[in-house]
Design a protein around this ligand. Structure first.
Ligand SMILES: [Fe+2]
Length: 319
């Protein structure tokens, strides 16, 4: 494993919250004016711990959230869900159907899915609504050697047109209709390697999660069983961290080395978060093969800004 470079910042403290994933960073006031040394230290901690948490960032609004995001890379819009305020921030509001109670990696139905997601808590319910993250590099390392070898050689098809109704048995018909109209306005299909080589750390990480429909070349039943075995390592409690939100918290995760799960257990209390995602690159498998966009022919431009996954150079299927 290649470890992230150690960057010293005079004011910043990084404290692990789990053995394998998660750290709290204190002594930083996030914003677009953060100095270079501190940004480098945040990035290094993020690559090492996979998800980092900041308390008491109430001063952030949509504009400064986005300005800070630009210090880590290029913000990208969700390919189908419109932004709430014309900026890059995506609303994760439980009242608007923004419940993510499935293990997933953000936007893996496009080739160059986001590198980082930056989530800011505005309104937090009086109980519940925690988020869990899992370290998919640790999950890969957990696999017995023959399974790692198998995973290294397999590819899988991810789509945004998964069976939403089956995963949300309590959803109203209006919510289902809304989901169909907005989230799957364009149906994407992308083939990724099951194991990618992380472009910054060199670690091997698993690309699985909710958008994975099927392993290429496998019968449906075999595909399901095999995905279940691999995914069970991602969900092992030892590979996870659970965060109890307070208003003003910010979490940043390396979307190339994690999955996450928003626990839907705060009844009808309001829960409002804002997410800005940072452009990623096209994954490369252990064998050097890149991810391929199967459908549509290209990632359409959303109403605001460039789409996540738009940087698909060479990733479009040749057929
Ligand atoms: Fe998510």
């Amino acid at each position: 494993m290649t470890s992230a470079p150690v960057v010293q910042s005079p004011t910043l403290t990084v404290q692990k919250v789990g053995g394998r994933i998660g750290a709290v960073i204190s002594g930083v006031r996030l914003g677009g004016d953060l100095d270079e040394v501190t940004v480098a230290a945040v990035r290094a901690a993020l690559l090492e711990h996979k998800v980092v948490f900041f308390r008491d960032q109430q001063h952030l609004d949509g504009e400064s959230h986005e300005a800070f995001a630009r210090l880590l890379g290029t913000p990208v819009a969700h390919p189908t869900v419109p932004s709430v305020d014309g900026r890059y921030a995506l609303g994760i509001d439980n009242e608007r159907g923004g419940r993510a109670n499935q293990w997933h990696t953000d936007v893996t139905f496009v080739p160059a899915y986001p590198a980082f997601s930056i989530l800011r808590a505005e309104v937090i319910p009086p109980y519940g609504g925690n988020t869990l993250w899992s370290n998919t590099a640790a999950a890969y390392r957990d696999l017995p050697e023959p399974l790692r070898t198998l995973a290294d050689s397999v590819r899988g098809v991810h789509t945004n047109d998964y069976d939403y109704a089956a995963t949300r048995p309590g959803a109203s018909s209006a919510a289902l209709e809304q989901h169909r109209k907005v989230f799957t306005a364009v149906t994407f299909q992308t083939e990724h390697p099951v194991v990618r080589v992380h472009p910054e750390t060199g670690e091997r990480t698993l690309i699985l999660g909710n958008f994975l429909q099927k392993l290429s070349g496998f019968r449906a039943a075999d595909s399901r069983a095999l995905i279940g075995v691999l995914q069970s390592h991602v969900e092992r409690p030892e590979n996870t961290v659970r965060w109890q939100w307070r208003a003003g918290d910010v979490a940043i995760w390396d979307n190339r080395a994690t999955q996450h799960y928003g626990v839907d257990d705060s009844d009808d209390h309001e829960r409002t978060l804002r997410r800005v995602t940072i452009d990623g690159d096209v994954p490369v498998g252990v064998d050097g093969r890149r991810s391929v966009l199967l459908a549509p022919e290209s990632v359409p431009e959303p109403g605001h800004g460039i789409a996540s996954g738009a940087s698909t150079d060479g990733a479009v299927a040749e057929a």
